[in-house]
Design a protein around this ligand. Structure first.
Ligand SMILES: *Cc1c(COP(=O)(O)O)cnc(C)c1O
Length: 322
C-alpha cells in the first residue's frame, strides 16, 4: 500500500479540472420559506442532482482519472454497497477501466442491479462471516487491481472538496456551512476548500445521532470505533472516521453535530413538498442540524450540502407516511 498522503487545497483545484465536463456542476437552490424560518440566507448545494445521484461521483472520477496505464488495464476494486459502488462503477465505465465491486449478500437488489447496470463486476460476500476489506485487499493483490476505498483516500477527498469549491465560487462569502458526515471524505474535502476560500466560515459536519462516533472522535482527539449504527441514514452508517480524514477534520472543522431519524424524515418531507427535491435520508443531515440551530444563524449567510438523492421510491413513501 502507498503511504497515505494528506491532500491539500491545490489537490481540490486539480480535481476540479479533472472532473470538468464529466461531473455536473450542480445547482445551488434557495427557499423563501426557509430563509424566513431561519432569518438567514440559505444556499443549498444540490448533489442529489449529481450524476448517479450523489457527490461520490466527484471523488471516484478524480481517483480513477489519476490511474496510470498499468492500473487502467488491470482495473479498480472497491467494497461498498452504497453510492460509492455506483460512483466507481460509472466512473470506471466512462474511463474504460474494469471495475470490481465487493457487495454484501443482503445488499438491496436494486443497488446490485444499478452497479451491474453501470458495468461493474459484482463480487458477493457474506457480511456475517467475511471481512469486506480483506476481500478487497485480496482481490487487489491477486489481480493487480487498485483499491479505491469510499472515503479514506487523498484523491477521493480532493474530489469531494470540489462541491464546496463550486458553492463558494457561486455564492461568495458564507458565515456557516453544514455537510453530512459518514467516514469524512466529504467533510474533509469541504474543509480544504473552506479553509482557503472562506477561512472565517464556521464549518459543521452532521452525523446520525445513533452513530455519533465522529462527534466523540472530534471531541476526544482520537478515532472512536462503534458497531454499525441503526439509522435510516444508510450513507452515514460508518463505524469510524479515517486515518486521513480525521486529522483534517480535527484541524479544520468547528464542530460535529447530530440529527435524529425523525428530524431527517421531516427534512425529506420539506424538500419534497417545498423544493420539489427527492433527497435520501443521509442527504438531509446538514439541513436538519441547521434548522435546529435556528437562533444562532439569524442574519447569516448559510451553505448546506444536500449530499445525495438515492432512495428507493417505495422506501421514500413509507418513510414519509410514518
Ligand atoms: C457517502 C455519503 C455520505 C457520507 O460521506 P463520507 O465521505 O463518508 O463522510 C453522505 N451522504 C451521502 C448521500 C453519501 O452517499
Amino acid at each position: 500500500m502507498n503511504t497515505p498522503n494528506i491532500p491539500v487545497f491545490d489537490d481540490v483545484i486539480a480535481a476540479a479540472a479533472r472532473i470538468k465536463g464529466h461531473a455536473h456542476r450542480t445547482p445551488v437552490m434557495s427557499s423563501r420559506t426557509i430563509n424566513d424560518a431561519l432569518g438567514a440566507e440559505v444556499f443549498f448545494k444540490c448533489e442529489n442532482l449529481q450524476r448517479m445521484g450523489a457527490f461520490k461521483f466527484r471523488g471516484a472520477f478524480n481517483a480513477l482519472s489519476k490511474f496510470d496505464e498499468t492500473q487502467r488495464r488491470a482495473g479498480v476494486v472497491t467494497f461498498s454497497s452504497g453510492n460509492h459502488a455506483q460512483a466507481i462503477a460509472l466512473s470506471a465505465r466512462l474511463l474504460g477501466i474494469p471495475a470490481t465491486i465487493v457487495m454484501p449478500h443482503d445488499a438491496p437488489a436494486a443497488k446490485v442491479a444499478a452497479t451491474r447496470g453501470y458495468g461493474g463486476n459484482v463480487v458477493i460476500y457474506d457480511r456475517y462471516k467475511e471481512d469486506r476489506e480483506q476481500i478487497g485487499r485480496d482481490l487487489a493483490e491477486k489481480h493487480g487491481l487498485t483499491l479505491i476505498p469510499p472515503y479514506d483516500h487523498a484523491d477521493v477527498i480532493a474530489g469531494q472538496g470540489t462541491a464546496a469549491l463550486e458553492l463558494f465560487e457561486e455564492v461568495g462569502r458564507l458565515d456557516a456551512l453544514f455537510t453530512p458526515l459518514g467516514g469524512g471524505g466529504l467533510l474533509s474535502g469541504t474543509a480544504l476548500s473552506t479553509r482557503t476560500l472562506a477561512p472565517r466560515c464556521k464549518l459543521y459536519g452532521v452525523e446520525p445521532e445513533a452513530g455519533n462516533d465522529g462527534q466523540r472522535s472530534f471531541r476526544s482527539g482520537s478515532i472512536v470505533h462503534i458497531d454499525t449504527p441503526k439509522t435510516i441514514a444508510d450513507g452515514a452508517q460508518t463505524q469510524h472516521l479515517g486515518n486521513i480524514t480525521f486529522p483534517i477534520i480535527r484541524r479544520d472543522v468547528d464542530d460535529i453535530l447530530t440529527a435524529t431519524d425523525a428530524q431527517l424524515v421531516e427534512c425529506m418531507r420539506f424538500f419534497a413538498e417545498r423544493m420539489k427535491l427527492i433527497v435520501e435520508p443521509t442527504g438531509c443531515l446538514g439541513f436538519a442540524a441547521a434548522r435546529d440551530m435556528k437562533g444562532e444563524l439569524q442574519g447569516k449567510r448559510v451553505g448546506i450540502v444536500i449530499s445525495g438523492g438515492n432512495v428507493d421510491i417505495a422506501r421514500f413513501c413509507s418513510l414519509l407516511s410514518t
